[in-house]
Design a protein around this ligand. Sequence first.
Ligand code: SF4
Ligand SMILES: [Zn+2]
Length: 543
Amino acid sequence: MVKPVFLGKLVLHWCDKCDAPVLEEVCACGNKTRFVTITPPGDIRPAFPYDVERINQTAIRQFGKKLIGENEIVIYNKAPYDDRMEEIICGGKVIGTIRYEIDKPGWVLLLRLEGARRIFNSKSKIEDPDAEKNLKNWMMVFEKAIPFVADGSSVLVPGIMRTADGIENEDEVVAITPDFEVVAVGRAKMSSEEIRTAERGKAVKTRWAELPPGGSETATATSAVPAAATSAVPTAATSAVPVTVSADVRAVWEKAIAANRHVIDNFESDSIKFIQNAAGNMNKKLTCSYSGGKDSLVTLHLVSKAFGPESGNEQEYEIVFADTGLEFQETLDNVTEVVKIYGKPLRETSAGDAFWEGFKTHGPPSVDNRWCTQSCKLMPITTVIESNYADNGGCLTFIGQRQYESKARAKSHRIWKSPSVRGQIGAAPIQEWTAMHVWLYIFDKDLHYNPLYGKGFDRIGCWLCPAASLADFDNLRNTHPESMKMWDEKLIEAGREKGISNPEAWVKFGLWRYERLPPAMKKLADEKGIKYSKRQEVSRTES
Ligand code: SF4
Ligand SMILES: [Zn+2]
């Protein structure tokens, strides 16, 4: 189990009157909100239609029915895990988790009771007489077993009345009463075939359990018990329409924008004051870094307001962009479009083929050997700043850094002297914003965001970065198949040169991303029979 990380305040609340998320104790309507308990660090963000579609497709595959309805507000909260894992928040409650399980590899939906009750309830049978056939992965327990299961005990074979067909060991399952009400959710420890022939044994290890709302005739309700805590610029396969805020996304989020009117306005005015004060305290050229990502987009917009004609503080500033040579085509296009919108001079540079030159000698980078950072990230940014500003008194650069992104960023000051770039002072106007503040601001101001966010990406950077999750690479295979085909081939070739026993599997399961395998990856490699060179031993600490 990966430890939770605290990087800032948990800000998610819910206004039951407006049925909308609010990032403060009081809603713009005046109603007192209710705190929503989520896993830290709590860098919440809107789930886009693409994300909702993934949730619903996974729900249909596992349980036979969609989980999310049309036009519902859905929030993602990234939680610590071996790969990507998102808590799903709907109606002010965590209704489940969707995570990418590396051994499958694939997406798995882990329902909470609230989520399971959206699919299984006494109405399911009335609405669909064939519900038992159409719904999947359910186990019906006898009345007498309900209180034990509701108390968090495992579901045992003698307590099972009948089960859905086709349940496999390790499937996510829902334990239901004969009335189709949910008692528990958890993981199957036996298949439906095994349950039908066995006389005893543990059929489900429950994760969450509770008597159905209103109780049953034999027991009284208890609160939910957590039973077991558990050159190759890639171009999209489908044409990415450079949207600003698409109408469907805006329609869903309109009431959240209204409920957070005061939050958005306060965060904006605090950041604008910060930008103006920082600029006023230093006699330096003003610059804003733009990367094609959401955080730098908001920062650029704030800078444009802080120094715009209506600010009473009009000043010139320039936009800087350092291309790592590993940017998505969508990102390069977005930079061009956004720079045009703001109409300020662009200072840019590119690492060009530095990555591919380095690849010839170093092979693929890994999380413990990021040799490309120097040549692809630091070099271009140093070049663009030093060649334009270092000998002219230096510059103040506004950067879209946020504390919720990482431990290092949480510890960073809001203004700092760059340790590696001569003459640059960095400043972070949105240091205290969560990703949800950022997105509400983008929706509210109709900013021109990178379309990749609408395609399942939550970070826009070097497309083949070894720090990306296996889920991200899986997504890339769908959105940018040509680029991934090329990268997979290069990785397989590199695996062969390293003497990996099964280079295809080494690539498929993302083991190339480590020089020294963390324990979870070592276990996976052993399970899949992948033998690796001596250099890829187990790291002493979990990454
Ligand atoms: S972000 Fe990843 S791929 Fe890009 S330079 Fe850094 S380590 Fe390399
Ligand atoms: Zn409200």
